[in-house]
Unconditional design. Structure first.
Length: 144
């Protein structure tokens, strides 16, 4: 089963002190043991690095450790899917037509990757954002 994780799920799974760690980690563990095929949007790699390296936790995650976490936990086990320039443009246009602005565009790009990849499940902690940007996502949208 093809399953896409957004950044929020990956952060929660990797950071033990995260309030949703207990719920996200079992799904991450299943992905690691190849119980399903993990899909991740290519821009999630950058977003994940940005979040991990800036988290206000002690001790702080250094840039080198943030890169290692991204590389070892995502790049080596996930199918990384990129969007074309035309797909970026159409997604931005769609957001403008919906009257949505700001960071929700990143959820829209992940939803576009989910559609392109024909995933059967998308896991997120921001399910309401995904319902806004992908009303047809229906049963594919999940929260742990």
């Amino acid at each position: 089963m093809r399953t896409l994780f957004d950044t929020s799920i990956i952060v929660a799974a990797l950071i033990e002190s995260h309030p949703m760690h207990e719920r996200a980690f079992p799904w991450f563990k299943q992905a690691k043991t190849k119980e399903f095929d993990l899909v991740v949007a290519s821009h999630t790699l950058a977003e994940l690095y940005a979040v991990l390296s800036a988290l206000p936790i002690k001790p702080r995650i250094s840039p080198a450790v943030a890169w290692r976490l991204v590389h070892e936990n995502i790049e080596t086990m996930a199918d990384i899917v990129s969007l074309s320039p035309a797909e970026y443009s159409s997604t931005i246009k769609h957001m403008s037509e919906l009257g949505l602005s700001g960071g929700i565009i990143y959820d829209a790009l992940i939803a576009k990757v989910a559609q392109k990849s024909r995933v059967e499940r998308l896991f997120t902690l921001n399910i309401e954002h995904f319902r806004l940007v992908w009303p047809g996502g229906g049963k594919i949208l999940n929260t742990p």
